[in-house]
Design a protein around this ligand. Structure first.
Ligand code: CAA
Length: 382
């Protein structure tokens, strides 16, 4: 067992870190305040190869692995958690299922441009009445005589929604079959009847976009069915396993960003004639933050490593542990970082309040932390 990154993994981490510090850091505050998603940033990440990290070269990727992707996501999240989210959804929730279940034609048409960054991806599962109960959605795909499908329904909270060129969407093809009655489809921006509704106004990750997707008699060609008919729920769940590793990496980066700011501030801020870092109340708080970050890193890196092992059948539990643990750590560490900053931490002058707002959603999306407990306890008690 080695506890160090390979040369390629380290090079990718350095590339993402350099990009985040030079390109994202100067504008992150402004993007959060204006609540704008800047698509050009994702385009630039594509040019650098960051959107194709784990995919083979023939699929437009750079031929690295999921641990490289996790460390890249972590580096981006240290500076801009919103961009890390768009990046994670694009790669783990849209590209991954096409890579895993797509035909050669689907990979050439969709995965390659997603990997090269000329197309942006999204993932549509959640509906107003089907969040945790993901199987209970009301979006329906009716099969036509020519083999195509007609989609009707809507999706909510769709990250990259309205911007994405390619969206993996889940719809019921036979409600009576339960988990075997859902299917996955690749939808393209501009398909007739595919429009966008409400854009969410949020507490955090404000420089990412979440929109409602609306399907009114959208005709989806047979060649856009992803996997087999009836495999959709399995595809959604397997995709979310990987997504949860990505959220874990994002949460880890958020915790580290807030921690780094808190350490620096504790050394600079003086009270009672000495830096506040010299007070045990502060130094022990910093020690606990560091402890939590390093243990979260082990969980996230292990799950990311496991994703790439050919002999591993399932990494659902590892992904659930990584996601739950790292997101809880992100919430605790960012809250403590605000505390270290005192009154200034509560102002928008310093970044820690933003990290705290951004951390909260990592305990909720891609399966609430209670869903992660369901996954872990389900495996223990099976
Ligand atoms: N891999 C493969 N198959 C899986 C699986 C996995 N990880 N998880 C479940 N399945 C299979 C089961 O084996 C079962 O198959 P059989 O019928 O053949 O036995 C089938 O799926 C049904 O499984 P369950 O009975 O466990 O399903 P359930 O309805 O009880 O749901 C759940 C379980 C864990 C609650 C699941 O619904 C879930 O994860 N819900 C949360 C959904 C979620 O994460 N949504 C987030 C969407 S994306 C987002 O957050 C937005 C964004 O922009 C970031």
């Amino acid at each position: 067992m080695e506890f160090k990154l390979s040369e390629l993994q380290q090079d990718i981490a350095n590339l993402a870190k350099d990009f985040a510090e030079k390109k994202l850091a100067p504008t992150v505050k402004e993007r959060d305040e204006k609540e704008v998603f800047d698509r050009a940033i994702l385009d630039e990440m594509g040019t650098l190869g960051l959107l194709g990290i784990p995919w083979e070269e023939e699929n437009g990727g750079v031929g690295a692995d999921f641990l490289s992707l996790a460390v890249a996501c972590e580096e981006v999240a240290k500076v801009d958690p919103s961009i890390a989210l768009s990046f994670e959804v694009h790669t783990m929730l849209c590209s991954w299922p096409i890579w895993k279940f797509g035909t050669a034609e689907q990979k050439a048409k969709f995965l390659k441009p997603l990997a090269e960054g000329t197309k942006l991806g999204a993932f549509g599962l959640t509906e107003p009445n089907a969040g945790t109960d993901a199987l209970n959605g009301s979006t329906v795909a009716t099969k036509n005589e020519d083999g195509s499908y007609t989609l009707n329904g809507s999706k909510v909270f769709n990250t990259n929604g309205g911007e994405a060129d390619v969206t993996v969407v889940f719809a019921s093809t036979d409600k009576s079959k339960g988990a075997k009655g859902m299917s996955a489809f690749i939808l393209e921006k501009g398909m007739e009847g595919f429009t966008y509704g409400k854009e969410e106004v949020k507490m955090g990750i404000r420089a990412s976009v979440q929109r409602e997707l609306v399907f009114q008699n959208v005709k989806v060609p047979a060649e856009n069915l992803l996997g087999k008919e009836g495999e959709g729920f399995k595809i959604a769940m397997m995709t979310l396993d990987g997504g949860r590793v990505g959220v874990g990496a994002q949460a880890l980066g958020i915790a580290e960003g807030a921690y780094n700011a808190a350490v620096q501030y504790a050394k600079e801020r003086t009270q009672f004639g000495k830096p506040i870092a010299k007070f045990q109340a502060i130094s022990f708080m910093l020690a606990d933050m560091k402890l939590k970050i390093e243990t979260a890193r082990l969980a996230v890196y292990k799950a990311a490593w496991k994703m790439a092992q050919p002999d591993v059948k399932s990494y659902s539990v590892d992904a659930a542990i990584a996601k739950k643990y790292a997101s809880d750590v992100a919430m605790q560490v960012t809250t403590d970082a605000v505390q270290v900053f005192g009154g200034y931490g509560f102002t928008r002058e310093y970044p820690v309040e933003r990290y705290m707002r951004d951390a909260k959603i990592t305990q909720i999306y891609e399966g609430t932390n209670q869903v992660q407990q369901m996954v872990i306890s389900g495996a223990i008690l099976r």
